[in-house]
Design a binder for this molecule. Structure first.
Ligand code: ZN
Length: 625
C-alpha cells in the first residue's frame, strides 16, 4: 500500500509539474504576445531613463536623459506621469518625435515597444511608433511603422482613468544589430509618454503600415506628373476682402499690416484683373484662395455668418495688435453695403471673371481664422459657411485650403479631422517659421507635397512667397523643383501684383515657367490638381508579367526578341491622363493588350506615355531599341 501511495504521489507531482510547465509556457506566450515583461526571457532592454542626469540631445539640443533625443523643440521632460510622481516625456509638434536610446537586437527575433500615453490638449490624438533597425555600421537598414493609435484626452484633475497603451512589434531584419524606437504624433496636441519599454515579444496588430505600398520592377519608375514632366508648379493667391485678414490685422509676417484695410481691399480687388491678364497669354490656370466675403455681392440684408462669432484667441498674447477682438464680433465692421458702395468689402462680381478664365477658386477660410488657435466648432462652422456662400456663386466645395497667416501650428487632431470631413485634400501656407521646425509638415528645402501625419487623405504642399525681392530666387526654386521631381506653389496676395514693378517681377517668373513647361520639364496646374495627381499616381501598380510567353507570336513581332511585359493597374478612383512610365532602356515599340500600341502609347525617350482610366488594368509589352 505504501508503495502504491508513493507511486500515486509521484504521479501527482509529475502531473502537477507538467501542468505548471504548460501553464508557465502559456503565461509566457500570453505575456510576450502583448509585450509584457517575462523575467529572464523578455526583460526590459531599455534602461530606465535617468531624469536626474540630463544632457542636450541631437539634433534639437533639448535637455533629455542620456541617450534620448527629440527632432525639435517641443520634446522635453514632463512632470505629468502615470504614477503621479517623478518625470516623463512631453511630445509637441506634428513634425516632431521622441527617440529612445538604441538597444542591442538579434536578427530574426521579435521585438516590441510599449508606452503609456495621454493627450493634455483640446482633443484626443493619435501616435505611431517607428522601429529603426541599424546595421553594425550604424546605418538604417529599414524602418517599420506601427499603425496610428488612439491617445485619449486627459479630462482634468478628477480624471483617474488609465492612460492609453500604445505599442508596436516587428521582427529584426537580417543584419540588424541595434534598434531605436521613435514616437510620432498626428497633430499639435501635447502628448505625455511614460513607462516606455522595449522587450523581446510581440504587440497586437495595430494596423501596421506596409514598408512599401506597391512594389515595382527594377528600373521601372512611374513618374508623378503628366507626360513625364520632371517638376510641378502652381501659382496661387491669398485673396481676401477687407473683411478677410485686412481688418483683423495681425502684424506677424505681414509687410502691409499697418496700412488702411480699405485701401488694401481695393488693391486685392485690382490684383484679380492684373493677374488674370498676366496668365492669359500663357494659358496658365492659377488658384485663388478666397475668404467668405469674396463671394458676396453685398450685405444689405445684414446676414449673420457662422453664428456671428467673437474669437477670444485673437488677442495680444497671440500677437494681435489689439485685444479688441476678444469683445468685438469678428464680422461687426461689415458696412452692410454692396459691391458698388463698398467694393473693398465684397468681391462677388469678380467670381464670374475667374470662372470664365478657367482659374481655380479654393478656400482661404470663410473668416480668415487662425487655424491653430480656432476650436473644432469654429472650424466646422467656417468650412460649412464657405461652402454655402461659394455655392451661391456656383463655385464647388473647396478641396484645397491655404491657412491664413500660415497658421497651422497648434492644429488639433479634431481640427484636421474637420478638414478631412469637409473634403479638403490639399493644404498650403503651413507653418514655415524657422524657429519652429516641430510644426513643419513640408519645407522649401525638400519641395514635395507630403501626407499630413494621421490624415493621409490630405497632402500639405510647400510654397514660396513671390515678391519683387524674391523673383530672382524663384527662378532657381523652379530649377530645384525640376531636379527634385517635386512641386512648389508660388504665391502672393493679389494686392501684391498691382504696381508695374510687381507685375514685371511676376511676369519674369511666369515667362520662365511657361518656357520650361513648353520644353517638357514642368507641369503647371492648380495646386489641388497637383496634389490629387500625386495621390492618384501612388495607386498605380506595375508588375512584371511572366506568364504567357508562348503567345508572343500573336503579337506578330517575333523577330524583335524578348519584350519586357508589364501589367499596369490603376487602383485609384481617378483617371490618369498622360501617365508616364520610365523604363531602364530605350523602347523601340510597344503593344497594349496584344494590339499595336501606336494609338494608345507614345514613346518618348525612355518613357511610355498613355492614358489609364480609374480602375483600369492593361498589359504592356515593350521591346528595347
Ligand atoms: Zn490671408
Amino acid at each position: 500500500m505504501k508503495g502504491t501511495w508513493r507511486r500515486a504521489g509521484a504521479g501527482v507531482v509529475v502531473a502537477l509539474g507538467i501542468f505548471l510547465i504548460i501553464a508557465g509556457i502559456a503565461l509566457v506566450q500570453e505575456r510576450t504576445e502583448r509585450c509584457a515583461v517575462v523575467p529572464v526571457i523578455a526583460g526590459d532592454l531599455l534602461e530606465t531613463p535617468d531624469f536626474a542626469n540630463l544632457a542636450p540631445g541631437t539634433p534639437s539640443g533639448v535637455l533629455l536623459p542620456a541617450g534620448w533625443s527629440g527632432a525639435a523643440t517641443g520634446v522635453q521632460v514632463g512632470d505629468f506621469t502615470v504614477s503621479g510622481r517623478g518625470r516623463s516625456f512631453q511630445l509637441l509638434g506634428i513634425a516632431n518625435h521622441l527617440r529612445t536610446p538604441e538597444v542591442a537586437v538579434r536578427a530574426g527575433q521579435s521585438y516590441c515597444a510599449v508606452a503609456q500615453a495621454l493627450a493634455d490638449s483640446t482633443s484626443a490624438t493619435r501616435v505611431r511608433l517607428g522601429f529603426h533597425w541599424l546595421d553594425a555600421g550604424g546605418d538604417v537598414l529599414r524602418t517599420d511603422w506601427s499603425g496610428w493609435q488612439e491617445v485619449r484626452r486627459w479630462n482634468g484633475p478628477d480624471d483617474v482613468q488609465p492612460w492609453s497603451l500604445i505599442g508596436g512589434g516587428f521582427i529584426a531584419p537580417a543584419g540588424a544589430v541595434r534598434l531605436a524606437v521613435t514616437f510620432h504624433p498626428a497633430s499639435d496636441d501635447r502628448v505625455y509618454l511614460d513607462t516606455i519599454r522595449i522587450r523581446r515579444g510581440r504587440f497586437p496588430a495595430s494596423g501596421d503600415m506596409p514598408t512599401l505600398l506597391l512594389e515595382r520592377p527594377d528600373g521601372v519608375i512611374v513618374l508623378p506628373w503628366p507626360r513625364g514632366a520632371r517638376g510641378a508648379l502652381s501659382f496661387s493667391f491669398d485673396w481676401e476682402t477687407t473683411m478677410g485678414g485686412l481688418i483683423h490685422s495681425r502684424s506677424v509676417d505681414d509687410p502691409n499690416f499697418d496700412q488702411d484695410p480699405v485701401a488694401r481691399g481695393m488693391r486685392m480687388r485690382e490684383g484679380v484683373t492684373t493677374t488674370v491678364e498676366l496668365f492669359r497669354p500663357y494659358g496658365i490656370r492659377a488658384t485663388y484662395y478666397a475668404t467668405g466675403y469674396n463671394f458676396l455681392i453685398g450685405n444689405r440684408e445684414r446676414r449673420r455668418f457662422m453664428g456671428d462669432p467673437t474669437f477670444s484667441w485673437a488677442n495680444r498674447a497671440n500677437r494681435w495688435q489689439t485685444d479688441a477682438w476678444q469683445q468685438q464680433p469678428w464680422f461687426s465692421p461689415d458696412p452692410y453695403g454692396t459691391v458698388d458702395t463698398d467694393p473693398a468689402w465684397y468681391f462677388g462680381d469678380l467670381i464670374p471673371l475667374l470662372q470664365r478664365e478657367g482659374h481655380d477658386i479654393q478656400s482661404h477660410t470663410f473668416s480668415h481664422l487662425y487655424g491653430g488657435l480656432a476650436s473644432v466648432e469654429e472650424w466646422r462652422s467656417d468650412l460649412a459657411e464657405w461652402r454655402s456662400v461659394a455655392a451661391e456663386r456656383n463655385v464647388p466645395p473647396a478641396r484645397s485650403l491655404a491657412f491664413p497667416w500660415s497658421g497651422s501650428a497648434g492644429m488639433s487632431y479634431a481640427n484636421w479631422q474637420a478638414l478631412t470631413e469637409a473634403g479638403i485634400t490639399s493644404v498650403t501656407r503651413t507653418n514655415w517659421n524657422p524657429r519652429q521646425p516641430q510644426y513643419h509638415i513640408v519645407s522649401l528645402d525638400d519641395p514635395h507635397c507630403r501626407s499630413v501625419p494621421g490624415h493621409e487623405t490630405i497632402l500639405a504642399c510647400p510654397d514660396f512667397y513671390l515678391t519683387e525681392g524674391s523673383a530672382a530666387e524663384a527662378l532657381s526654386v523652379i530649377d530645384r523643383v525640376v531636379a527634385a521631381g517635386g512641386m512648389i506653389d508660388l504665391w502672393a496676395h493679389t494686392e501684391e501684383v498691382v504696381s508695374p514693378a510687381q507685375i514685371a517681377a511676376w511676369r519674369k517668373v511666369v515667362e520662365y515657367a511657361a518656357a520650361r513647361r513648353d520644353a517638357g520639364d514642368l507641369w503647371i496646374a492648380p495646386l489641388a490638381e497637383i496634389a490629387e495627381r500625386q495621390q492618384a499616381v501612388a495607386l498605380v501598380q506595375v508588375e512584371m508579367n511572366r506568364a504567357g510567353l508562348e503567345t508572343r507570336a500573336e503579337h506578330g513581332i517575333e523577330a524583335l526578341g524578348e519584350p519586357m511585359r508589364l501589367m499596369v493597374t490603376n487602383h485609384g478612383i481617378s483617371d490618369l491622363p498622360a501617365l508616364a512610365i520610365e523604363l531602364p532602356f530605350l523602347p523601340r515599340t510597344a503593344t497594349v493588350n496584344g494590339a499595336d500600341g501606336g494609338n494608345r502609347v507614345v514613346l518618348n525617350g525612355s518613357m511610355l506615355v498613355f492614358d489609364l482610366a480609374a480602375g483600369e488594368a492593361i498589359e504592356v509589352w515593350v521591346w528595347p531599341a
